[in-house]
Structure formats: structure tokens, C-alpha cells
Design a protein around this ligand. Sequence first.
Ligand SMILES: [Zn+2]
Length: 535
Amino acid sequence: MTPSPLASLLLRAAEHPKLRDYQVAEVRKLADAVRSGSRRPLCQLPTGAGKTVIGSTIAKTLADAGLRVLILATRTRLVRQWHQQLAGLGARAGVIAAQAPHLRDFTARVQIASADTLHRRCMTVERMPLPGADVVIFDEAHLAAADTRLGLLEGYPGALRLGFSATPARRSGRGLGAVFDSLVCGPSIDELTRRGVLVPAKVFSSPIVTADDLAALPKDATSDYAPGALGHLLMRPRLAGDVVQNWLRIAAGKRTFLFAVNKAHGAALAEEFSRAGVAAELLTDADDEATRDAAIARLESGATQVLLNCFLMSYGVDVPSLEAVVLARPTRSLAMYLQMVGRGLRPSPGKEHCLLIDHGRVIENLGLPNTPIAWSLDDETNVNREAERRTSSHAVERPRTCPECGHVWLITEFGSACRECGWAPAPKAREVAVEEVELEEIGTHSPYASIGSPEFTQFVREAIGYGAQRKPDKWAQRPSAIRAAAWHAAREKFDVPDGSIPRWAWGLEPLPPSEATAGYMTYRRIRFAKSRRAA
Ligand SMILES: [Zn+2]
């Protein structure tokens, strides 16, 4: 197949009414690349931008024109997503995957194959011939450089090779020039957020390891922290408690993915969450797909609040209602970082943002997740080291981290004070005069003002309910102790100075605590227990 008819077919695919305008632009850019002679274009689009929609539209258009299309996916879950998407477009497609024999249809022009199944059947165990194809689409193309995948792709020397990835780089950070010959980049995360295709991340940093600890760790073949040594570091006794406390403080009650470094680390964290009364479960590579699907369904329904895993979720799992992502593991890999964060940015009704809690200094080292990245196919370019250099130099604005609550933001975007807790930097000497005038102006605003607000009263009533539920005997015998504890928790939460409890507060009726209130009360309880242990 010569380049120009293929380019024309891609232009035809770009006219499909199902594509959004930025997706149309992306397919046109692909057509341009092919017209200019590219035989192996790689298409970059942030997670959630709709690469399966684009790829399926292209596959259907090419198949309608009589071409054979082979789609290679790295997980059975993704094979199913492609199959569903193509069915939605009215395209016939067969599936080659050990776990989906009922979807087999060898006569369809579009074949969707699990890369692992195909490799086993055609390259190693059974030595069957590879299915014929004029065009090979590789999903999750950042994984295409592995020997087994490359071996498959090399079985199609004459075919057009089309890759899709949100993070077109190897885990080491190096480019994929050995697999693809041109790179077409889509809209940025910020642009997709402005369009409402993604939601923004609300970021918190609460390091559980020191920069020196990280620097001292041995590195693996990809220059990332060696998992064994990293696991050992993260298993220090206190750290699991810190992760749970921060979740209770920032993300209590939110549907959460947590990324741990290995099974032992994940299990220790899951146990700590359970001990704090949080419904948590751990998935590992040993779990089969049915087990994973069931766990994800429990997360979606709210029966499970925190789903912990050791990296397997970072590729291809799509849970739009996810509200929080916890990075309990440090990494030096930009691709791994963005794949983890990308799980949380899909929109869902009522979802305004996704909480991102970074315990591993990942943001400090690689930047905020929406920092624009100059992806490159060049094997000499290393996006991981570029990101580290950029973040440590002044090439981009260094994000500010609130010393009180850990919130991370850009001053150019949101000003110098923390929007989460109200912390503001101490004024510089020459600014004091101005600050004093402003303080006088707001001096009439009493620090006790929030006591009268409905939110304050609601919190006190829920906090009383929390205490009454937890200690029914005490509530029956000494209700004033439960009421006083609730009052002081509310005072702390709303930043009200100490003072006597007003008479009306003694008459407040308890309410069932919301998850956020229960989380805050649990966080206080653990903090108190710790301070007693330390004393
Ligand atoms: Zn703050």
C-alpha cells in the first residue's frame, strides 16, 4: 500500500461524526505524517483523550476500504474496550485472546489481539502463522519496545504501524525511535481540562521519605529506584500510619486508588487502613481478571473506599468516578507517574477535581502532572532526566507546597496563600506597612465568626454522632464528654481560638457522621494516640 491512498483513507476517517474537533485534528496530523512518508507514526494523547475512539474510527474506515487491520493490546481488559468501541461503530471485529475465546471471528477484517496471547501462539509455543494485516495498531505503545512485542511487530515489515500512548517513552525515559518513525502529539492536559474532557488534579505533597533517602537508593536497569531497596525503605514501621492519616485528613470517604511499590508494602498499608476502620483491599499481579473486575466494581459502588495495588492499575483501568489517587511509592519514571495520575482525571457527574496525594516526592522531582512535556522519539533524549532538570532549575515555575496542609500549587495561577487551609507566607519587611493597613480593615472579622455558620453546627452535630456511635456507653453515662470532644474538634477544624462552649451548643442533637467528618475525627484520634505514645 503506497502512502498517499493510506493518507487519503486517514483523512476520510477524520470526517467521522463521532470524533470531537481535537480528535479530528489529531487524525489529520496522522494523515499528514503518512503523506510525508511516515510508515510508523506514534500518536500521543493524554489519558482520557479518547485514543480508543480515534483508533477504532481509523480501523473501521480502513477495513471498510478492504484493508486488514490488526490491533495489539497489552491487557485483556483493553482488548475488550477496543471490541466494544468497534461494535459501537458498527464494525465487525474478531478477538484473539486466551481469556475471550467466544469473541473469535477469524474472517473479520479487524482483529484485536492480546499481544501476549499472539506471541505465545505464533512465536513460541504453537508456532501458528501470524494473522495477515495491512495496518498494525499498537495500543499502550510505550510498552512496544519490549522484545516480545517488537518481535511481533517485526512480523509485519510491510504494514503501516500506528502506535497510541499517553506517555510515549520507555520507562527509562528514552525515546521510542527504534519502534516508530514519527511522533504526532495531541492537546495538553490543561487544554483538555479547559474543554471539560478531563478534571484538574488538586495536589497535596506529604513526603514520607527524605530526599537523601531517595538519593541513596540503588537504581534498576531503567534508572528508577530498585524495587527491592525501595520496598525495604517504605516498610519502616511509622510510614504506613502516615499514609493512612493523610488520607483521613485529605481524602476521607473518596474513592481512591493507591499505588504501592510491592505486595508486602501494599499489604502493610491495607492492614493499616483496615485498622483505622477504612474499607480497603489489595490487588496484585497474582489476581485474575475476574477478581480485579469484582474489586473495581466494589470501589465504584462505594463498598470499598481504597483500592491498593502494586502498579498493575496504572495501565488501562478506567474508573471515571475515582476521586483520589495516592502515590505511596516514589518513582523517577515520568511515564509511570503520569499513567498513575491519569487514572483519576476522567470526568464523572459531580466530580470537580481529583485529589492527588504524593508521598514519594514525585512532584518535587518530576513536576506537577499538567506540566507540558516535550516528548521525543530520539533515543538520546531522556524525558525523565529532562523533567528532573527542569524542576530543579528555574526553567519552569517551581510549585509552592503549603507548610501547613501540604497543598501544592502555582503562585502564578492561584496566588501566594493556600486556598485549602488559608496559610499565607509571612510578609517581607518592606511590605509590613501595607499588610498592617489591610489587617486593620479586616479587623472587624472576628476569629469566632465561623461558630455561627451552618457548616460549623453541622460538623459539631456529626462529630457528636461519631462519638455516640463509637462509644455508646460513654454517650449514655457522660454525654458532656462526647459533646466537648466534638466541640473542640470543630474548633480546630474551623480554626476558632479556644474559649468556653456556648450554652446553645450543649443542646445540639447528634447526626450520623458523613465520611469526611468521620475521617477527620479518626485522624484526630490517631494523632492523639500517637502523641501519647511518643510522650
Ligand atoms: Zn495549606
